[in-house]
Every structure is written in structure tokens, then in C-alpha cells.
Ligand binder design. Structure first.
Ligand code: IMP
Length: 426
């Protein structure tokens, strides 16, 4: 298999960074295809910890071509900050390619992200305030700035002037300070100059790699339940992490996508607002949060925690064409006496087997669980699936049965070495 998409199948933070890093050891190319620096991909190896936000996870390996594709929204200042941070830690030898068509996150997008949230009163989305939504809005309103624009001074001036007419009007209406053209122009032209060596037509590069039959790993950010199309709208992000979005967001044909690996926690978490039928509010939530260090990589917010939700998982696997699952943070569940998996929702007195399309209905869904005994043993040193306690193996088998998808990886710790590979898929 040469082209594999790695997709979060819950509400993000499933451990995609670890799996992408693990699989990247065999990859020629790693591609981020949507989202921006709202993502937080944590990677641990050789006793070191890195938290990447917009830079692809293959950056640590000098042989890998890392692509930030056209479907991303890129904050040039933040991306340069990430590269500077990596350089300070000795990561200087890498191959990076940034699409000239990727949207630029401008300072006004961040200001508007915060301001729009405040306008919602009690109905916050709970965004990361990185300007993601407003940047995608401008892209679709056709007043966005793209990475390639930063390399052409006259054209960029024109684009920025046009955008500022609207943006300054919005800022003023919201009682915020308007933005000065010259200051913004000079700052962003300078970022463009620093990023010039990396900016190119990445779809040309990717199609060349496809022709060579290179191993390409597509690194999704967030998760399918946060997808703008198939997630719990409006409590979603503004892009689609599904495998279906890869061709559009990278410029390669759908027929070149071979497989999709769904990344899934052994339980569920969610950051920000929105429905979460299996959410726990008791001591068990606290136990899992502390053992799993369930605090946002980007925002440090405590994550909401709950049981595994097979209804949501089946939905995510279906709409994203997932054919393998990777079960993350499995070790966290040691010591939980009874494990529950939600397999149906109860809605208005009826059992249903799907995720309702409207929030008002989804909010009313109560979980219907199957229960299983847990295990006491710590699993962080287990390297072979057969060494797992029988109840842990049964839990994995149940997930396979309920999702009709094979679990090929069980992760028992943050390090690359703490990965039980049941089948080599890449
Ligand atoms: P935005 O992407 O900043 O617009 O935020 C929209 C929603 O997606 C919020 O609920 C965020 O908490 C959530 N979100 C965005 N990025 C991530 C992520 O990488 N992990 C988990 N949640 C995320």
C-alpha cells in the first residue's frame, strides 16, 4: 500500500501525531491537507517531546518530503515560530514544501475569531481562536490571501487592500481596532521572504511522487466528528479531515488514495462545546483525564472525557472510508473495573443506530451501553498483542465487532516503542 490517509475518527486529539510519526518512518512523503495551527500533534521519541501545530510530522526525518498542501490555512508567523523552535532543538535538516495556494491566516482572522465567539453569548463553539474559521470564510468569499501572494509584492498589495476594505469594516462594526495597511503589508512580505524557499505548487510535486509510487502518508488534523460536513455541526472546525477531502485539498486524483487508517482512543474525549452522549462527570472521568493527560496541546484546556461511542465511530468510519483502526491510549484504561461501549442511542423513547443530523436531536440522545470487565494490569511494557490480559483482548475484539473494522494497532504509551503492531499496513 503506497498511499495511506491517517484520520482521527472522534473529536480530535486521538494521537494522530504519534501514529503519523510511527508510520512516517516508512514514508517518503508526509502531507498535512487541512486545518492549520489549531491542531496539536504530540510526538515523543528518544526521550524528547515535540508538539507540532501546522508543520507535518515527518519533519524530524531528513529523507521525508513534508508538504503543507493547498487545503490548509497557514499562519506564516506561527509556522516560522514552529520552525525556529525546532531549529533551537537541533532540527534544521528537513525538506518542507508549502503550497502556493494554501490560505494565509491574517491577524484580523484571529481578532474576528475571538470577537465572533464573544457575540455568541452562552453558545460558544469554543474555538482555538487561531483564526481558522474566519480564514476559511475569506477563502470561500474569495477575498483570502494565499501563500503564493506573499511572494509577489504588487499583487499582494492589491489583494491586501481589497481584503482590508471589508475586514476593517467588520472590525469597526465589532468595536475593534482597525488594521493599518503598511504595517500588515511589511510584516507579511517579510514572512513571505523567509518562507520563499519552501513555497511551490505542491500538487505538481505530489503527482510526481505518485508517479514514482512513493509512499505517501496524508496526515489529517482534528477528527471526523469535527468535520464541517459530517461532524456535529455547528460545533465543528471549518475543514474536513475525511479521506474524501484529500484529493481536493492536495491536488491528486481520488483513485490514488489506497487506504484510510482511523485513529481512535480506547475511550472518547472532546475539547470545546457540543454534544457528547457518553461524557462522564464522575471520578472515572478524573481518573482517565489524569492517566491520559487529557489537557489540550494547544490551549491546555482540560478535555471532556467519556466512554467509547461505537455509534459515532461507525458514522466516522463510514463517511471517511476507514478500513483499519488504530486504538490509542489503551494503557490508560488499566484499573477501570467495568468498561462500557455505547452501541445505540435512545432518542425520544426509541433506540437509534445513527448520529442525528441536527444538534437539537443529538443533544437529546442518551447512550445505550454494552458492558465488559476491565483489567488491572499496567500495559505500558507490553509489546505483543498475545501478552495482553484476556479482558483487554476481548475489549479490542468487541470494538472490531461493533465497528466492523480491523484494529491493526494498539498503542500502550506515548513512545514510538510502545506500539503493538498486529498487521503491517504501510
Ligand atoms: P477551530 O478549529 O479553532 O475553529 O475550533 C472549532 C472546534 O474544533 C472547537 O471545539 C475546537 O476545540 C475544536 N478543535 C480544533 N482543532 C482541534 C484539535 O486539533 N483537536 C481537538 N479539537 C480541536
Amino acid at each position: 500500500m503506497s498511499r495511506l490517509v491517517v484520520v482521527g475518527v472522534q473529536w480530535g486529539d486521538e494521537g494522530k501525531g504519534k501514529m503519523t510519526d510511527y508510520l512516517a518512518q516508512n514514508a517518503d512523503v508526509v502531507v498535512r491537507y487541512q486545518g492549520g495551527n489549531n491542531a496539536g500533534h504530540t510526538i515523543k521519541f528518544d526521550g524528547q517531546k515535540f508538539a507540532l501545530q501546522s508543520i507535518p510530522s515527518g519533519i524530524f526525518n531528513p529523507h521525508i518530503k513534508n508538504v503543507m498542501a493547498n487545503g490548509m490555512v497557514i499562519n506564516p508567523k506561527a509556522a516560522l515560530g514552529e520552525l525556529d523552535g525546532l531549529a533551537e532543538r537541533g532540527i534544521k535538516n528537513y525538506q518542507l514544501f508549502i503550497s502556493d495556494r494554501a490560505a494565509v491566516i491574517m491577524p484580523y482572522h484571529m481578532m474576528l475569531d475571538g470577537a465572533y465567539e464573544n457575540l455568541k453569548g452562552g453558545k460558544l463553539i469554543g474555538t482555538t481562536k487561531k483564526g481558522i474559521g474566519p480564514a476559511y470564510c475569506d477563502k470561500y468569499s474569495r477575498i483570502g490571501i494565499r501563500m503564493g501572494d506573499l511572494l509577489e509584492p504588487e499583487y499582494f498589495a492589491e489583494r491586501l487592500k481589497d481584503a482590508l476594505v471589508q475586514k476593517n469594516m467588520e472590525l469597526a462594526m465589532l468595536g475593534l481596532e482597525t488594521m493599518d495597511f503598511d504595517t500588515l503589508y511589511n510584516e507579511y512580505i517579510a514572512y513571505g521572504e523567509r518562507l520563499r524557499p519552501y513555497i511551490c505548487d505542491t500538487s505538481v510535486l505530489l503527482n510526481q511522487e505518485v508517479e514514482k509510487d512513493s509512499k505517501i502518508l496524508f496526515e489529517g488534523a482534528q477528527g471526523v466528528m469535527l468535520c464541517i460536513e459530517h461532524g456535529t455541526y455547528p460545533f465543528v472546525t471549518s475543514s474536513s479531515p475525511t479521506a474524501a477531502s484529500v484529493p481536493l485539498n492536495t491536488g491528486i486524483a481520488p483513485r490514488f488514495i489506497d487506504h484510510a487508517l482511523g485513529i481512535c482512543k480506547a475511550y472518547t474525549t472532546r475539547v470545546g462545546e457540543g454534544p457528547f452522549p457518553t461524557e462522564l462527570h464522575d471520578d472515572l472521568a478524573h481518573y482517565i483525564r489524569e492517566r491520559g493527560n487529557e489537557y489540550g496541546t494547544v490551549t491546555k484546556r482540560p478535555r471532556r472525557v467519556g466512554y467509547l461511542d461505537a455509534v459515532a465511530l461507525r458514522h466516522a468510519c463510514r463517511v471517511s472510508g476507514i478500513n483499519y483502526l488504530s486504538l490509542m491510549l489503551f494503557d490508560v484504561l488499566s484499573g477501570v473495573e467495568t468498561l462500557k461501549i455505547c452501541n445505540r442511542y435512545m432518542l425520544n423513547g426509541e433506540e437509534i443506530d445513527y448520529v442525528p443530523g441536527t444538534l437539537s436531536l443529538y443533544e437529546k440522545c442518551e447512550p445505550v451501553y454494552v458492558e465488559m470487565p476491565g483489567w488491572k494490569e499496567e500495559l505500558d511494557n507490553v509489546t505483543d498483542f498475545e501478552q495482553l490480559p484476556q479482558t483487554a483482548k476481548d475489549y479490542v475484539a468487541k470494538i472490531e465487532e461493533l465497528t466492523n473494522t480491523k484494529v491493526v494497532v494498539v498503542s500502550v504509551g506515548p513512545d514510538r516503542t510502545q506500539t503493538i503492531m498486529r498487521e503491517n499496513i504501510f
